[in-house]
Design a protein around this ligand. Structure first.
Ligand code: AMP
Length: 214
C-alpha cells in the first residue's frame, strides 16, 4: 500500500506547488483544506458563510468543521493522498490519525523555511483560477500580465495574501507547528526538507523520500 503524505510548512513554503506536481506526475490525490474552505465560500454554503471572516483574518477554522469537510472529500480505500494545510493543530493531527488515516501508512514532510523571506513571496503570489498554477510577480512572472501561461486562465490574488493577514498567519503557524512536529517525530514518521532550495531540488528531495517506500 502506498504512503499517504502530509505536507507541513508555513504559508508560502511551497507545499501547494509540490503537491500539484506530485498529484499530476505520481497520481496522488491532492487535498488542500484551504482550497476546500475557499470552495465553500465561493459557493456561499452555510459553512462558507460561517468561515469567510475567519479566512479573511488569517485565523484558524475550528477543528470539527475542517475535519468534517476533509472526511467528506477523502476515500483512502482506493487512492493515496497528499494532505496540504491539514493538520494545523496538534488536535487535528490526532484526529487525522484516528478518523481518517487509521492504520494506513504515511509520512509527514516538513518544508523548512525562513519566515523572513516568505512574506514577500505571499504578497506577490498569484494563481490561476482555472488550473491552479502558481506565479510570483517577483520571481515567476507570467508572460502576459494577469494571464496564466499554462492555460490562458485569469490570475488572481488570494484575499488573505495581504501584509496584515500574512503576519497573523505566520504568528499562528509559529504557535502551532512545534507540537505537531514533536508528535510526528515521536511516531518516527517525520522527514524534514530544505524548502529554501529551488523548486527542482525540493522536488528531488521528495522523490528520494518516496524511493524509501519501495
Ligand atoms: P491555506 O490555503 O492552507 O493557506 O489556508 C487558508 C486559510 O484557510 C487559513 O489561513 C485558515 O483560515 C483556513 N484553514 C486551512 N486549513 C485549515 C485547517 N486545517 N484548520 C483550520 N483552518 C484552516
Amino acid at each position: 500500500m502506498r504512503w499517504h503524505l502530509i505536507f507541513l510548512g508555513a504559508p508560502g513554503s511551497g507545499k501547494g506547488t509540490q503537491a500539484t506536481y506530485f498529484a499530476q506526475e505520481c497520481q496522488y490525490e491532492h487535498i488542500s483544506t484551504g482550497d476546500l474552505l475557499r470552495g465553500e465560500i465561493t459557493r456561499n454554503t452555510q459553512v462558507g458563510i460561517k468561515v469567510k471572516n475567519i479566512l479573511d483574518g488569517g485565523n484558524l477554522v475550528d477543528d470539527a468543521t475542517v475535519l468534517e469537510l476533509l472526511d467528506a472529500h477523502c476515500d483512502l480505500s482506493s487512492k493515496a493522498y497528499i494532505f496540504d494545510g491539514f493538520p494545523r493543530t496538534l488536535e487535528q493531527a490526532k484526529l487525522l490519525d484516528e478518523v481518517i488515516l487509521k492504520e494506513n501508512p504515511f509520512k509527514a514532510i516538513y518544508f523548512e523555511t525562513d519566515l523572513a523571506d516568505l512574506a514577500d513571496r505571499l504578497v506577490n503570489r498569484r494563481s490561476c483560477v482555472d488550473c491552479g498554477s502558481i506565479y510570483n510577480l517577483a520571481s515567476r512572472v507570467p508572460e502576459k500580465e494577469g494571464i496564466c501561461d499554462e492555460c490562458g486562465g485569469e490570475l488572481n490574488q488570494r484575499e488573505d495574501d495581504n501584509r496584515e493577514t500574512v503576519e497573523n498567519r505566520f504568528k499562528i503557524f509559529q504557535e502551532t507547528m512545534g507540537p505537531i512536529l514533536s508528535y510526528y517525530e515521536s511516531r518516527k514518521v517525520l522527514v524534514r526538507i530544505d524548502a529554501t532550495a529551488g523548486v527542482d531540488s525540493v522536488r528531488s528531495g521528495i522523490r528520494k523520500i518516496l524511493d524509501g517506500e519501495s
